[in-house]
Design a protein around this ligand. Structure first.
Ligand SMILES: Nc1nc2c(ncn2[C@@H]2O[C@H](COP(=O)(O)OP(=O)(O)O)[C@@H](O)[C@H]2O)c(=O)[nH]1
Ligand SMILES: [Mg+2]
Length: 664
């Protein structure tokens, strides 16, 4: 597996530096009947002998074997802690965090011991895995060794041991990312192989199954032809391949035959007995086949990985640009200030290139505040809020004083309108506050790179923010005073003959009009029926005109009214007049306030921000010769620059390695 694994390793080293973009490699799960040679195949792939062996059910807990390639640094640490200068490979168990094993016989003993702990000593099995990490120089891959499939319970094994084991195997092979190594023994009928049954069930199309035929050395010489056919794929449908192997026999193990020798004698055996097909079989070919599968897998994830890396590269380059120390401090600050005001204005005007698709910010948010939220709030105000009929009556009486009340009491009306229009002041003031807060907030969403630069130079950062703060505070006060006085003007100077007000009156409910008019008619002795309003499309205009004339008459020269007018009628009329006058003014204010805020706060800041930064930040720096001082970098910036530089290097190496994968 050497060459590809090397590239993967290089990439993984790089990713360890960057801390993202993990390559998600498949787990290789070994499935087969008891004593079919699963552990042997696994050891051959790993290149070490460390798994418990024996007759009967030996593997009784899933063993998750994580091969982890160590770094130079890891090795140095290991030499220190084990005092073993020649250490090449070591192992740790998840259940024994502090213990390091550099002797693989001890690893074997620990697996046996832990199996007994987890599964009991009486041949039972457990789903609880033993997690073993083997640190080597070779590669990062995960293998899973599982209990062998069995049909007949032995010892204290429960009756349903076969089902229990199947269930455990399913748990591992059903994962989409698993490659199934289905172990089949050559000296039994492959068509009845339990491992292939399981593989077929979980991977019906055979796209992630490799069949491994073990014990080729143990078959009856007379069946070589049959076995050859099996190895050629004539008997079982597995897409990834069928590979015959010869592992160490029990005697070989007892004699301590090395992995190297085993591979050599395996090759010899295959060449002699299967001269036509021997090149396609053996443990080495199995390793190569797995490698090809991994290559395919990696190539599949390649485009996404490549794009992610490219994006990271861009991001890091930008980051680095903001971290560079400028050559000329004066022009650096001048450009920075210009960029700040430009990005700020762009954010408000909607001219940003990197428009957010997540939140409404900048000018759009200001528009929401003044054109939607403010208007909603103003619209929701009840013109007669906190003004009952009784209160109106009392106001009417008190406004008449010692003299008798006229039909329309101007003083009372003025008082009520003043009082009700007060309700518009507060929301108008707070909308100015909201816009101010938003305009400060916008500063935090200007170009990220500029913000990053400002973070490095805290003095400039606070100076710039102060300028914006001050500008906004000034505008805020002027604006509030102006808007308040604008509303006050309408509160104090009533104009009941304004055509828009009269129009509001006409628009008020028909019932209300009838009441008013009948009260007025009764008083003047005219016939109410002549003036009953029936609004239809044809006569609408004409009727409106008539009504306007009536209201005009009613509101002007009628100061000497009959003394018997019922107070309630007068209350109703004043209520209607207050309401209509409120509507009339509400429309004006609702239209005016947002425009004023835009004109005197938003636009003024937009127009003057650049100049203000120049006058209040740059010029004082020049006068006080404080460039050196204000450009003192935030602590840690130098480290940060180094970190980003390292990461960028790593990404560039990764991108280069990716080209190698593509060529593989
Ligand atoms: N002769 C021979 N013996 C093998 C072969 N593969 C495995 N064995 C032996 O079969 C027994 C069971 O092997 P093991 O790998 O422990 O099987 P597992 O129970 O499936 O893990 C051991 O004694 C191995 O030495 C092979 O290809 N040829
Ligand atoms: Mg085993």
């Amino acid at each position: 597996m050497e060459s590809l694994i090397q590239i993967i390793n290089k990439l993984q080293d790089v990713f360890a530096v960057i801390g993202e973009h993990k390559i998600d490699l498949p787990q290789i799960v070994v499935v087969g009947s008891q004593s079919s040679g699963k552990s042997s195949v696994l050891e051959s792939l790993v290149g070490r002998s460390f798994l418990p062996r024996g007759t009967g059910i030996v593997t009784r807990a899933p063993l998750i074997l994580q091969m982890i390639r160590y770094s130079k640094h890891d090795k140095e640490n290991m030499i220190k802690s084990t005092k073993n200068k020649n250490i090449q490979c070591w192992a740790t168990f998840l259940h024994k965090p502090g213990t390091i094993y550099d002797n693989f016989d001890e690893v074997r003993h620990e697996i046996e011991k832990q199996t007994d702990v987890l599964a009991g000593s009486n041949k039972g099995i457990t789903h609880e895995p033993i997690v073993l990490k083997v640190f080597t120089l070779s590669y990062d891959l995960t293998f899973v060794d599982l209990p062998g499939i069995t049909k007949v319970p032995v010892g204290d094994q429960p009756e349903d041991i076969d089902e229990q084991i199947q269930e455990l195997i399913f748990k591992y092979v059903e994962q989409e990312n698993a490659i199934i190594l289905a172990v089949v023994t050559a000296n039994t009928d492959p068509t009845t192989s339990e491992s292939l049954k399981i593989a077929r069930k979980m991977d019906p199309n055979g796209i992630r199954t490799i069949a491994v035929v073990t014990k080729l050395d143990l078959i009856d010489k007379g069946t070589i032809q049959d076995t050859t056919e099996l190895l050629c794929g004539h008997k079982i449908p597995v897409k990834l391949g069928i590979i015959g192997v010869v592992n160490r026999s029990q005697k070989d193990i007892n004699d301590n035959k090395s992995m190297q020798e085993t591979l050599k004698s395996e090759k010899e055996f295959l060449r002699l007995n299967y001269p036509d097909i021997y090149k396609k079989h053996g443990n080495k070919v199995l390793a190569k086949t797995l490698q090809d599968i991994l290559v395919k897998h990696i190539k599949k994830t390649y485009p996404v990985l490549h794009k992610n890396l490219q994006d990271t590269k861009l991001r890091l380059e930008n980051e680095l640009a903001t971290l560079q120390t400028p050559d000329s401090k004066v022009s650096f600050i001048l450009t920075l200030l210009k960029n700040i005001s430009k990005s700020y204005c762009d954010t408000i005007l909607g001219n940003r290139k990197d428009i957010s698709d997540k939140i409404v910010i900048g000018g759009a948010r200001i528009s929401e505040i003044i054109n939607e939220e403010y208007i909603d709030k103003i619209n929701q105000i009840n013109p007669l809020y906190d003004l009952s009929d009784e209160q109106i009556g009392i106001i009417l009486l008190n406004a008449s004083g010692i003299t008798k009340s006229s039909f329309v009491n101007e003083k009372a009306l003025e008082h009520m309108i003043f009082r009700q229009l007060n309700n518009i002041i507060e929301p108008s003031m707070s909308s100015v506050d909201f816009v101010r807060v938003e305009m400060l907030k916008i500063f935090d969403s200007i170009d990220e790179n500029i913000l990053e630069t400002l973070k490095r130079f805290p003095r400039i950062n606070s100076d710039v923010r102060n300028v914006l703060n001050k500008m906004l505070d000034e505008k805020l006060n002027d604006l509030k005073i102006f808007i308040k006085s604008f509303i006050e003007t309408y509160q104090t100077c009533l104009n009941t003959t304004n055509p828009n007000f009269l129009f509001q009156l006409v628009r008020s409910s028909t019932e209300m009009q009838d009441e008013n008019i009948s009260a007025f008619m009764n008083n003047t002795g005219k016939n109410i029926d002549d003036h009953k309003f029936v609004i239809s499309e044809d006569n609408e205009k004409e009727e409106s005109e008539k009504k306007i004339q009536l209201f005009k008459q009613m509101l002007s020269g009628l100061n000497d009214l009959d003394k018997n007018i019922e107070t309630s009628k007068q209350v109703k009329i004043h209520k209607c007049l207050t309401q209509c006058y409120f509507e009339f003014i509400r429309e004006i204010i609702r239209d005016f306030v947002p425009k004023r805020i835009h004109h005197k706060m938003v636009k003024l800041v937009l127009d003057n921000f650049e100049q203000e930064l120049d006058d209040k930040v740059f010029t004082p720096y020049v006068i006080n010769r404080s460039f050196e001082e204000v450009m003192t970098e935030e602590e840690g910036v130098i480290d940060e620059r180094q970190r980003v530089e390292n990461m960028l290097n790593a990404v560039n190496i990764a991108l280069k390695n990716m080209i190698d994968i593509q060529c593989f």
